[in-house]
Design a protein around this ligand. Structure first.
Ligand SMILES: [Fe+2]
Length: 360
């Protein structure tokens, strides 16, 4: 495919994003009170998370602003920030359920790793990020710019770190356009498949790596996928073609664009903040962090991966990882090793509630 400049609101730089207030949604006291009441009413410490239904949570005055924020992330800027979720009066478990409840209203949650978990606590448990089975979310490392494994990723912040842990987001559309402007030959390389490691979390019917181009386009819908750590990791897997000099130059050109000061938006997620990103049009990262000593104060965020009901048809090149590329299907995620009947039943139920299809 001949790369072409991509226009539209997803093509932003820091100045344009800063000048646009619409992607930051602040909840007022009433919306916050309604969220708190909804979670308090439904919270049952003995109830498995997958058992809750969308109808268990009436968000009242919070419903419209939350919908607006997800709309910004999916259909406009690729990024949204909600400020003012109830945090101060919530236990970690209540805040976790709030995150899950928001997900129930916005899509079908996708599993995120070997344990087939649908909601991950993002905290440092000592994982080595740059190892064959390493994952960033359970480490304190500075992360490479990357996409997560779903259409949409949601992060809610319960505690921030003592130092570091700053969140960075760049428009993959703008980065694409910049590489195309400076080095059209390298932009073309990024439309060819790269090989990504599954970090030893593959399901029984999946191989240890998969091909995916960094950029692709279908019917005007732009898609990007990036994770240098996983590409490097795949280089050590038998059968993966070695990267050539042109591919390496293309990877460097992309990372240089993503980290340019005028293109990389940085923010501190505060307790009670929720970041929503489209993985197709943004790339994200975070800096290394140092935790507080006190266990109850350590950095923790909750992460959801969602397949939203209005997801567009994706390019066929997304199929090896997403498994389905059809519009309105449950797709993406890391099925992992525990993808059992209970989890399938949750997905089928939630898909039916949202009018979506479960991929066969
Ligand atoms: Fe991520």
């Amino acid at each position: 495919m001949k790369p072409m400049h991509v226009d539209g609101p997803t093509d932003w730089d820091v100045a344009q994003l800063t000048a646009d207030p619409a992607w930051i949604v602040r909840l007022d006291d009433r919306a916050r009170a309604d969220l708190m009441a909804a979670v308090r009413k439904a919270f049952d410490a003995d109830r498995p998370m997958l058992d809750y239904r969308r109808g268990d949570f009436d968000f009242g005055a919070a419903a419209a602003p939350l919908d607006r924020a997800f709309g910004q992330a999916k259909n406009r800027r690729g990024i949204a920030l909600v400020k003012g979720l109830p945090r101060a009066d919530f236990s970690e478990k209540e805040f976790e359920l709030l995150t899950w409840a928001i997900g129930l209203h916005q899509g079908v949650a996708r599993p995120q790793g070997k344990a087939t978990q649908y909601l991950s606590a993002v905290r440092d448990v000592g994982t080595v990020y740059r190892s064959a089975g390493g994952r960033g979310y359970s480490s304190n490392a500075e992360l490479d710019f990357h996409t997560d494994g779903s259409d949409v990723v949601v992060l809610t912040c319960y505690n921030r770190a003592r130092e570091g842990g700053m969140s960075m987001v760049s428009s993959s559309v703008r980065a694409h356009n910049e590489v195309l402007r400076q080095r059209p030959d390298l932009a073309e390389v990024l439309y060819q498949p790269f090989h990504f490691s599954r970090q030893q979390e593959q399901a029984p019917d999946e191989g240890p790596y998969y091909p995916n181009p960094v950029f692709d386009m279908l019917d005007g819908v732009f898609c990007s996928k990036w994770n240098r750590n996983r590409i490097n990791s795949a280089q050590k897997i038998e059968g993966v073609p070695q990267l050539n000099a042109q591919q390496r130059a293309a990877m460097d050109a992309l990372d240089a664009a993503l980290r340019r000061e005028d293109l990389m938006y940085t923010m501190w997620l505060e307790p009670g903040d929720m970041q929503i990103l489209s993985n197709h049009t943004t790339l994200h990262s975070r800096t290394e962090f140092v935790d507080f000593d006190e266990p109850a104060q350590k950095r923790v965020l909750f992460r959801l991966w969602l397949a939203p009901p209005d997801g567009p048809r994706l390019p066929d090149s997304w199929k090896p990882f997403f498994r389905s590329v059809e519009a309105r299907t449950v797709r993406g995620g890391i099925l992992g090793h525990e993808y059992d009947a209970t989890r399938r039943a949750y997905e089928a139920r939630q898909a039916a509630d949202l009018g979506m299809r479960v991929a066969s």
